[in-house]
Design a protein. Structure first.
Length: 338
């Protein structure tokens, strides 16, 4: 079966076609980075309007590339995310479903990230531990099977991607800040400053990055006051990144030991971070699975494969589902996987 995946949860319009027998057939992505850069962050109304403008041409592009007239089902991101942006994808999916006479599959955005490594040649077997790290989420999830998720820990304040972006803003690195900060960190000494590793010695598996962000802010102001920020900028970036990654790795390894896990999946935009990949691969005794870099950030391929794995959830086009908040551990295992 051919599954068309639509992703419109935030500031990237993603479309992909997945074949349940042959894998990913075609995919396309449009980023809104240039639109939001002048505002220093995502403007929901602008995001929604750009999804409206871009989505149908991208669908036509993907179907033309695959030489397919219509899919057998349409999967779309139903949440969590920006409600207006989600409604664009949901409305398009249900409208095309009515026109083409095919069912639709509402997909949880974070489940899409979690299942993105299934697109690779060596997908992980169940069960596994998942570290989901993005601009809006930081969580450790025990994945017993498709749809059987237990959230072991999550952030108590900022997500790690948000901490990267806010630190980049303090360093005047522009938007999006996370990738720019990671590039700058390569020029600095990550042992130059001893920033805190929040929650490292606390019970449980939760994260916190507000204290780390505050420590960075104080150091930036200290260097600004001394007229030395330009010289210190790379060391601050490197030391921040090291503290954040040390925290992610330590909490993940602790959870892996507690669950006796021999497989870890890392997904989400921060999953593209080179230091995170290097440290987890080096320190974990089992296997670490990552999606390829272009599938770490929001994309249609992860929604398409999630839809393919959740065909039992397919339904006739009807109500538009768009949910700003949606807990991952409320998902049910589809009948096909029971």
């Amino acid at each position: 079966m051919l599954i068309l995946g639509l992703e419109t949860s935030c500031d990237e319009t993603g479309v992909a076609l997945y074949d349940t027998e042959h894998g990913l057939v075609a995919e396309a992505l449009h980023s809104q980075v240039d639109l939001h850069a002048i505002y220093g962050g995502v403007v929901p109304e602008i995001a929604s309007r750009d999804h409206l403008r871009r989505l149908l041409p991208l669908i036509q592009q993907v179907l033309a590339e695959a030489q397919v007239e219509r899919p057998d089902a349409i999967a779309y991101t139903a949440g969590p995310g920006l409600v207006g942006a989600l409604m664009v994808g949901a409305g398009m999916a249900n409208g095309l479903g009515l026109s083409w006479g095919c069912p639709v599959i509402p997909v949880h955005h974070m489940e899409g990230h979690l299942l993105a490594p299934m697109l690779e040649d060596n997908p992980p077997d169940y069960p596994f531990l998942a570290l989901l790290v993005s601009g809006g989420h930081t969580m450790l999830v025990w994945v017993a099977a498709l749809g059987a998720y237990t959230v072991l820990g999550s952030t108590l304040d900022d997500a790690v991607g948000e901490a990267f972006d806010k630190t980049a803003k303090l360093l005047d690195l522009g938007y999006p800040g996370g990738p720019a900060l990671a590039r700058l960190a390569e020029e600095g000494d990550d042992k130059a400053l001893d920033f805190p590793r929040p929650m490292l010695h606390r019970d449980g598996f939760d994260f916190s990055f507000s204290g780390l962000k505050t420590a960075v802010m104080r150091k930036v102001r200290e260097n600004e006051a001394a007229g030395m920020l330009d010289e210190a900028r790379a060391d601050i970036a490197a030391s921040f990144q090291r503290a954040a990654i040390d925290t992610l790795v330590a909490r993940t390894l602790k959870a892996a030991r507690a669950k006796n896990a021999d497989r870890i999946v890392v997904a989400g935009g921060v999953g593209a971070n080179r230091l995170l990949r290097a440290e987890l691969t080096h320190q974990f005794q089992g296997t670490v699975h990552y999606p390829r870099l272009k599938f770490c950030t929001d994309n249609g391929a992860m929604i398409a494969i999630a839809g393919a794995l959740r065909l039992a959830d397919a339904q006739p086009p009807a109500d538009i589902q768009a949910t700003a908040r949606w807990s991952l551990d409320t998902l049910a295992t589809p009948l096909a996987a029971s």
